[in-house]
Design a protein around this ligand. Structure first.
Ligand code: WQD
Length: 333
């Protein structure tokens, strides 16, 4: 299939592009490079032997978005592009609502205009807010606690209403838990600009001596060791979840899947595993809770397994190993 991957030079987008190409799909990437680098296209070629066509595109610009569809006839679109920093979204809500919503609406309008009605949307477990219990199923109540999460929930609702109005649409909403790790080549991985917000990229920088120590945001949560528990999923497993959705979701309608492992690890579990797997030290200090954090967030991935035949393959050790290997590879170059 010919697939448009928006945000395809980003962390999850690039890993998904690799897996799509490996399975014989033609991938075309549109990205504005606001949180990624164009050389990722060359890394994708180095991994797969295929250099995807790249368009520098602002999806909030209708003409630039239309150019993609004028020049290519797409069978499907996987929509990753969007601003995604929780903290920043609290400081700049209008930027987040304008960018994430406008781009998602213009994209869908342009898809319809050019007869492409198969869309996979990059959503997030953040739409569950603070769950009553874990593991979380797709029919759990939805609520959000920050503008970033609210854009994800709003876009889910926008696309759901679109399908109600035009049942020809085939929309899949993939709710990611906590993606970490890197491609086993070490050529692509998570490379956040500046000081990382997320746990694993922060741990990697502390282990590399680029940051002094990890602040563990609270150890008084109702969890096995008091620190926050999350469902960490290897980014390649996540990418394969998109391949499964593309290949298996044939009928029209709205389809929702949690993409997680079903296993939760605490912050200290991650620190200890990272140190053990990579033979490094990760100095840390316990600090106050981070506002907006929840105690636990773990997926029930049963539905994706039963309907898409998808389940995760990589374990915590490989997630830790590949995260560190990516940094080592970056240092070599
Ligand atoms: C994980 C755990 C922190 C950093 C967010 C978004 C979510 C998705 C993934 C985009 C928590 C703790 C973290 C640190 C710490 N993003 N932590 N010290 O908050 O679960 O999810 O990123 O789609 O939408 O909400 O991920 O990696 O920030 O935190 O102790 O320096 O690590 O308290 O328990 P989070 P995270």
């Amino acid at each position: 299939m010919r697939v448009l991957v928006t945000g395809g030079t980003g962390y999850i987008g690039s890993h998904t592009a690799v897996e799509l190409i490996k399975r014989g799909n033609e991938v075309i990437i549109a990205d504005n490079l606001s949180n990624s680098q164009e050389n990722v296209i060359d890394k994708i070629k180095e991994i797969t032997g295929v250099k995807p066509k790249f368009y520098l595109t602002e999806l909030t610009n209708r003409e630039e978005t239309e150019k993609l569809f004028k020049e290519n006839k797409f069978d499907a679109v996987i929509h990753f592009a969007g601003l995604k920093a929780v903290g920043e979204s609290c400081l700049k809500p209008l930027m987040y609502y304008n960018n994430n919503l406008t781009s998602s609406i213009i994209l869908a309008e342009t898809m319809a205009k050019y007869g492409c009605k198969k869309l996979i949307f990059s959503s997030s477990a953040t739409v569950y807010g603070e769950p009553e219990r874990v593991p979380i199923k797709e029919d759990f109540p939805l609520s959000t606690t920050n503008p970033y999460g609210t854009t994800k929930l709003m876009i889910e609702r926008i696309y759901t209403d679109l399908v109600k109005a035009d049942p020809e649409w085939n929309v899949t909403l993939l709710r990611y838990f906590n993606p970490i790790g890197a491609h086993d080549s070490g050529l692509i991985g998570e490379k956040p600009n500046g000081i990382p917000n997320n746990l694993m990229p922060y741990i990697v920088k502390v282990a590399a001596g680029e940051l002094y120590q990890l602040s563990v945001f609270g150890n008084d949560y109702p969890t096995h060791d008091g620190t926050g528990v999350r469902d960490y999923i290897h980014v390649t497993d996540l990418a394969l979840g998109h391949v499964a959705a593309l290949e298996k979701v044939a009928e029209s309608g709205v389809h929702v899947y949690n993409l997680g492992t079903g296993t939760g690890y605490s912050v200290l579990d991650i620190v200890k595993a990272f140190e053990k797997v990579n033979g490094v030290k990760v100095p840390y200090v316990i600090t106050n809770r981070r506002p907006g954090d929840i105690p636990e967030c773990v997926a029930d991935p049963t539905k994706a397994y039963e309907e898409l035949g998808w389940k995760t393959v990589y374990g915590l050790e490989e997630m830790c190993r590949s995260s560190w290997h990516f940094l080592e590879k970056m240092r070599e170059n």
